[in-house]
Ligand binder design. Structure first.
Ligand code: NAD
Length: 253
């Protein structure tokens, strides 16, 4: 693979699940990683797992809804590793799962702020840093199959993830001539703490979910990470603006 060797990759949501798996995979492929999360304890655990495998990583405690935090994280990549080549904007929350009429203003604002506005703030800092480093760049935003399909009781989440797909397409078109590629990864149901929380609340829901997936199993965070690293690599050099589903066939039924 014409990979990510020697590149600098910023990963948000790196304290858990998909973000941790991607941070580890970037480091295994010899990228320097800037791991970003609001959860300092989980972030430090990611750092220790990467360092014990000999990888290069710096953790920056960051709330993706805070413009200054986001700017500081990108600045850390530039100051520590000399530039920014790849960014995986992945931090997200599921929010409260209730019917449309019971959705509170607070839940709507929190989900949209983290899942959509957080991606916008990140890209607004990352793109100029990539343009300055002269070699182009690759951005991968985490949407979801909820970025192309509707799901009941999850309207703010679904709206935020559709928004991520739109933001991805717009930036892809705007920056393609400057060699910045922008894609979205759309995970199906992946075995992470996010999904484990809903499984604990309603144990039969996991069985129903698995039954609805053609592959008849949940995805693993590493299966998203490998797609993300490919999208960040030179091997994906003509791929931009795409919503890439990684869902065991769920969305094509
Ligand atoms: P997770 O809960 O394991 O990890 C999410 C991470 O985001 C956590 O480390 C959390 O601390 C961090 N985070 C939350 N709010 C933040 C904030 N304001 N600032 C910085 N960090 C913040 O969940 P996951 O399953 O790994 O989810 C990662 C992404 O994948 C999310 O965007 C999620 O919507 C998306 N996704 C997950 C699935 C799935 O089935 N697990 C499916 C589709 C999409």
């Amino acid at each position: 693979m014409r990979g990510v060797d020697g590149k600098t990759a910023l990963v948000s949501g790196a304290a858990s699940g998909i973000g941790r798996a991607a941070a580890k995979r970037f480091a295994e492929e010899s990228a320097s990683v800037v791991a970003v999360d609001i959860d300092e304890e989980g972030g430090e655990e990611t750092v220790s797992q990467i360092e014990s495998d000999g990888g290069e990583v710096t953790f920056v405690e960051t709330d993706v809804t805070d413009r200054d935090d986001v700017a500081a994280a990108v600045e850390t990549a530039v100051d520590t590793y000399g530039g920014l080549d790849v960014a995986f904007n992945n931090a997200g929350i599921e929010g409260e799962q209730v019917g449309f009429g019971d959705q509170s203003d607070d839940n709507w604002e929190r989900v949209v702020d983290i899942n959509l506005t957080g991606v916008f703030y990140a890209m607004r800092e990352e793109i100029p840093a990539m343009l300055e480093s002269d070699g182009g760049g690759a951005i991968i935003n985490t949407a979801s199959i909820a970025g192309i399909l509707g799901f009941p009781n999850l309207s703010p989440y679904v709206a935020s993830k559709h928004g991520v797909v739109g933001l991805t397409r717009s930036a892809a078109v705007e920056f393609a001539a400057e060699d910045i590629r922008v894609n979205a990864v759309l995970p199906g149901v992946i075995d992470t703490p996010m999904v484990q929380r809903s499984g604990e609340a309603d144990p039969e829901s996991t069985e129903r979910t698995i039954a609805a997936i053609p592959a008849q199993r949940l995805g693993e965070p590493e299966e998203i990470a490998s797609t993300v690293v490919w999208l960040g690599s030179e091997d994906a050099s003509y791929v931009t603006g795409q919503p890439i589903t990684v869902d065991g066939g769920y969305s094509v039924q």
